[in-house]
Design a protein around this ligand. Structure first.
Ligand SMILES: [Zn+2]
Length: 402
């Protein structure tokens, strides 16, 4: 269906191809929160950017990211995963500009400072500072002795950040959440020192993947789109690579990193670049088909997976990560039947209304089915382990494209 919404943030086009919502009355945010309204996104027919049909504006985003968003506190036993992820990201950031060694570094949207801490250890002589809107994350960073201040680009920036410039500014998986990505990049540009480097990471939308069903991702960008937005902001893209993402396996394939710099006075920054081969018309239509199928897979997940449950009385979900929250959000009928969640290690907390048990407690519970609530790519491995321990498993990696 062709619908009209605001103009495409990349090409300015106004011809939109709507994607079917993954659920008719709910959606899931990237921090795992389940929202009581459907997600509506569309693909630009001219350049294949995916954009939310109604964009949350800066005021709404300020409220969301100051008080509500809870990526940094909601995941039980996530420390190990977070440490591995941010170490990999810090290395990707440092090596993207090696052998350059900055003296002043700013992270924008730094969360609880995990990446900033890892970056500081790679560049021990650099002055490192971060800015983050989420109040609880800022407090956690400060309590850990990390130099983080509360604020956001496009909103109010604390003086400690705004009065200086930086020779490296980086931002990890933030741009896809913004109201206007080119304006966000202009905000970063204003803080960049003359020979500085700007490094942006975000999901890579060349193939549909989990990020596209996150309702707070207002944009899904291929490397072309990120480069075009960078030029639109008056910056010169220098390098584009894959990079670690948010999955347990770091998921390089579905995440991208871009390095940019300020133009020399003589440089002319062309705002529009020709579309690459992978976004020529036939490929845009192919991508549209793949995206529609991906959303459709989510819309049928609940019913299909329920059909796999066969009178189960003691059903357990293995996992409390991003994919388990996808189950809770997009397969509510299945989730209702889950008695508890189980994870390696242990926790006495709860996850979407379900008790969290340590793996060792499974024996006592004697489940008649364990839903493998992890990344489809790792479901076969986890299922094999559970089956070998004598627990019957329910997988769904055949239902969601990888
Ligand atoms: Zn477009």
């Amino acid at each position: 269906m062709t619908i009209s919404t605001s103009a495409c943030a990349v090409c300015g086009g106004n011809d939109w191809l709507e994607l079917p919502p993954p659920h008719s009355d709910r959606s899931v945010r990237s921090d795992g929160a389940v929202l009581g309204h459907p997600m509506r996104k569309a693909q630009c027919s001219a350049c294949a950017l995916v954009q939310a049909m109604s964009l949350a504006d800066t005021e709404a985003l300020t409220i969301l990211y100051t008080d509500e968003y809870d990526l940094y506190n909601s995941r039980p036993s996530s420390e190990q995963f977070v440490t591995g992820r941010y170490t990999a990201l810090a290395q990707a950031i440092a090596s993207s500009i090696a052998p350059y060694r900055p003296s002043r570094v700013l992270e924008v949207g730094c969360g609880n400072g995990s990446a900033l801490k890892a970056v500081q250890s790679l560049w021990p002589d650099a002055f490192c500072i971060g800015v983050e809107p989420v109040v609880t994350a800022v407090k956690a960073a400060q309590a850990a002795g990390i130099n983080v201040h509360q604020g956001m680009i496009g909103g109010v920036l604390p003086p400690a950040i705004a009065r200086e410039t930086y020779d490296v500014i980086y931002s990890i998986h933030v741009i896809e959440h913004t109201e206007d990505p080119a304006a966000f990049l202009r905000g970063l540009k204003a803080l960049l020192s003359p020979h500085g480097r700007l490094i942006i990471t975000c999901p890579n939308a060349r193939a549909p993947n989990l990020e596209i069903v996150r309702s707070d991702h207002q944009y899904s960008m291929t490397p072309y789109h990120l480069g075009a937005l960078t030029r639109k902001a008056g910056l010169i893209p220098l390098r584009s690579t894959l990079c670690p993402g948010g999955g347990e396996d770091l998921d390089y394939e579905h995440n991208q990193l871009l390095v940019a710099c300020l133009p020399d006075k003589s440089d002319h920054v062309a705002a529009q670049m020709p579309l690459p081969g992978y976004l020529q018309e036939a490929n845009r239509l192919q991508l549209l088909g793949a995206r529609c199928k991906y959303f459709h897979d989510f819309s049928t997940l609940d019913a299909t997976l329920q059909a796999r449950l066969d009178g189960h009385k003691r059903l357990v979900c293995f996992g409390t990560g991003g994919w388990a929250s996808i189950l809770a959000g997009y397969a509510p009928g299945v989730w209702e039947r889950v008695q508890a969640c189980v994870i390696d290690g242990g926790s006495d907390g709860a996850f979407f209304g379900k008790r969290i048990l340590a793996y060792d407690a499974l024996k006592e519970m004697n489940p008649d089915g364990v839903i493998v609530g992890v990344n489809p790519a790792t479901q076969p491995m986890i299922a094999q382990r559970l089956e070998q321990a004598g627990y019957p498993t329910i997988r769904w990696d055949d239902l969601i494209a990888m």
